[in-house]
Ligand binder design. Structure first.
Ligand SMILES: C[S@@+](CC[C@H](N)C(=O)[O-])C[C@H]1O[C@@H](n2cnc3c(N)ncnc32)[C@H](O)[C@@H]1O
Length: 256
């Protein structure tokens, strides 16, 4: 079987599916078919997003899946790695990481504290991917993790992440409206208008083991242009590209 990170998605060598409770914690559903298919789709989206920025998955020696959870996308990345590539998965969810470490020995799976730093060496990673992680962090914690990711990413390395952009913002706003939560809607609008970023705290039952700061974060692309570009240069913005829902941004770590 062809094992090329840039040639479609191979499924024959896929490792095991995580248990349903871990699947539900990252996906909001334990549906095994959705978990498997959406993971393959996320990797294909990363491949296409990199292509928009003129890069290929096979260009990168060490790939970090930041906030990998129980490996929804990481399983598919692993199945497509070249023998020379190294894959690291990091998450604050110690149970998910323990399961990955036992089930995917070829992947370096490491648990994180709720706050940086990681144990990774400075400049040791070539590509960072993160699906639906910065969609959950409050602003100050977001900046702490962005700082840490820029530390571990090599100069000129690439960072592909999803954010809750215009489509999710509209859906959230509509939900507040239809639930009659007009005051919250008004203050959400004002914050998004003035700042371009808003974080709303709240964990589902399945997410109660995650840090208490966990919630929903919303990013206007203007905010990313204005606030993320000290450490990273924005290479591409793909609205609603991640599973037809979240926006994808591709960034390059600035030198120095
Ligand atoms: C919606 S899930 C997405 C998981 C995985 N990326 C995927 O696409 O299936 C969000 C993940 O972010 C992780 N997470 C939350 N805060 C984090 C942090 N500060 N550092 C790393 N991971 C974090 C959670 O534990 C969870 O696994």
């Amino acid at each position: 079987m062809m094992r090329d990170a840039d040639v479609g998605i191979a499924t024959l060598s896929l490792g095991p599916l995580p248990p349903s409770a871990l699947r539900e914690r990252v996906a909001g559903t334990s549906d095994a078919k959705w978990f498997d298919e959406s993971g393959a789709r996320t990797v294909e989206e990363w491949r296409q997003a990199l292509a928009v920025a003129g890069r290929r998955l096979s260009d990168f020696g060490t790939i970090l899946d930041f906030g990998c959870g129980c490996g929804r996308a990481l399983r598919h990345l692993e199945a497509n790695l070249l023998p020379t590539q190294r894959l690291i998965g990091l998450d604050v969810d110690a149970q998910a990481i323990a399961w990955l470490a036992a089930s995917y020995p070829r992947v370096t799976s490491l648990p994180l504290e709720a706050m940086p730093p990681t144990s990774l060496a400075t400049g040791s990673v070539d590509l960072i991917v993160a699906h639906s992680v910065f969609t959950h962090l409050p602003e100050d914690i977001q900046f702490k993790w962005l700082g840490e990711l820029s530390r571990v990413l090599r100069s000129d390395g690439v960072f592909v992440t999803s954010v809750h952009g215009a489509k999710v913002i509209r859906e959230y706003r509509h939900a507040l409206q239809s639930q009659g939560r007009h005051n919250e809607g008004g203050s959400f609008d004002a914050t998004m208008y003035l700042k371009g970023f808003c974080h709303v705290r709240g964990r589902t039952q399945a997410e109660m083991t995650l840090p208490e700061y966990y919630g929903a974060a919303f990013h206007d692309i203007r905010y990313i242009v204005d606030h993320w570009q000290q450490a990273f240069e924005l290479l591409a913005w793909l609205p609603t590209f991640a599973l037809g829902h979240q926006d994808v941004v591709v960034l390059r770590r600035r030198a120095g």
